[in-house]
Design a protein around this ligand. Structure first.
Ligand SMILES: NC(=O)c1ccc[n+]([C@@H]2O[C@H](COP(=O)([O-])OP(=O)(O)OC[C@H]3O[C@@H](n4cnc5c(N)ncnc54)[C@H](OP(=O)(O)O)[C@@H]3O)[C@@H](O)[C@H]2O)c1
Length: 341
């Protein structure tokens, strides 16, 4: 059986360019004992994938050139030689940018069936994305009614859910996004209090206007100039869940020293002390044990229409790189997904 796979041929320098990833067709290997064969149905495109292409170890091992591009998937088990998994089960794992994957079952999670939710939801609101928003905001910051919450990449997959959970918890929510259309959607459809287009508006000025009492919680997705504008506005005992830093991802291959030179961390250090800020980096794969609690709480909210989710689904594995590049550039609206079959 043939398997189309995107192979990492070169570590991108700066933005991903043609030839960094190449689509190949290879044989699906036959199964050994305790292995399973999964046909990937959905592929999740995540900003973190760009970091994995940098050749540098992070919270996961670095990818090497020649590897199949790594990525989260939902798929169906086509064949099983592992007693923990049955043919026909729907599972979530790091199945990669390919049609089929062979796994020993490690890190493979069964997806609940017969819940009434479409399968793609388990890749967005009811999957890793939703859990990231839920854990990052609630467990790390314990938001209180009346507090001011600012969210960057607010119209994206994680950010849009953070905004809505923030509203449910009674916060004043200010979103930062990269277009007028995204800002309008955030206010009109998601009901947040205000949105700032960081590409066309004076961010510092708009933050002063929209956050007259300062910022209690900043949900950090982007770093860079947005972080620098936010930090002086943080209130004493402010909390910052450090979820991501997308504005720096394309710089990853420049090397840690070059990257460090671009930071103003020493200047920020004093602010962190005098404002007594709590800044918590987190990686959601450390918190899968929260998943059942998360589903119990969030499924009813989605069912009742209290949380909206939006997905940016494109058909065809061959379109994965262009959609990924587009997502890093803000062309997505909501969770970026590739449907393979
Ligand atoms: N810690 C974890 O375990 C974890 C898990 C999942 C995701 N994350 C992080 O969460 C963040 C959001 O991920 P996501 O999957 O929800 O992606 P997303 O927000 O759906 O897509 C990324 C968005 O980032 C914005 N962006 C790109 N470059 C930017 C820049 N220079 N400055 C400001 N905004 C920029 C773009 O929106 P605009 O149009 O608004 O520019 C783009 O749509 C990422 O940093 C990701 O790494 C972390």
């Amino acid at each position: 059986m043939k398997n189309k796979q995107w192979i990492l041929k070169k570590f991108p320098v700066g933005e991903i360019s043609e030839g960094d990833l190449v689509l190949e067709e290879n044989e699906v290997p036959s199964l050994s004992d305790s292995q399973i064969l999964i046909r990937n149905i959905y592929l999740s495109l995540d900003p973190a994938n760009r970091g994995w292409m940098s050749g540098q170890k992070s919270y996961v091992d670095a990818m090497q050139t020649g590897d199949t591009m790594r990525g989260g998937t939902i798929g169906i088990i086509e064949e099983s030689k592992n007693e923990k998994f049955k043919k026909g089960e729907i599972v979530n794992c790091m199945g990669g940018w390919q049609q089929y994957c062979v796994s020993d079952g490690k890190g493979v999670r069964q997806i609940p069936q017969g819940t009434g939710f479409p399968l793609d939801c388990y890749m967005s609101i009811l999957g890793m994305t939703g859990l990231t928003a839920y854990f990052g905001l609630l467990d790390i910051t314990d938001p209180q009614p009346g507090e001011t919450l600012v969210v960057s990449a607010a119209a994206g997959a994680v950010g849009s859910i953070v905004c809505q959970i923030g509203k449910i918890k009674g916060c004043r929510v200010i979103g930062i996004a990269g277009s007028d259309a995204k800002c309008k959607w955030l206010v009109d459809e998601l009901g947040i209090d205000s949105a700032i287009n960081y590409k066309s508006e004076n961010l510092r000025q708009k933050l002063k206007e929209t956050c007259p009492d300062g910022i209690d919680i900043y949900f950090e997705n982007v770093a860079g100039p947005i972080l620098e504008a936010i930090l002086p506005m943080m209130n004493v005992h402010g909390r910052i869940p450090l979820c991501g830093m997308i504005s720096w991802y394309n710089a990853g291959r420049l090397g840690a020293d070059a990257l460090f030179d671009t930071l103003s961390l020493p200047k920020m250090w004093r602010t962190i002390l005098v404002k007594r800020l709590s800044i918590n980096g987190f990686i959601i794969s450390d918190h899968w044990k929260q998943f059942p609690n998360f589903l119990n709480e969030v499924e009813p909210l989605v069912n009742e229409g209290l949380i909206n989710y939006i997905e940016d689904i494109t058909q065809g594995l061959e379109n994965a790189p262009q959609q990924f590049i587009g997502m890093l550039d803000g062309k997505n609206h909501g969770k970026t997904i590739i449907q393979l079959f």
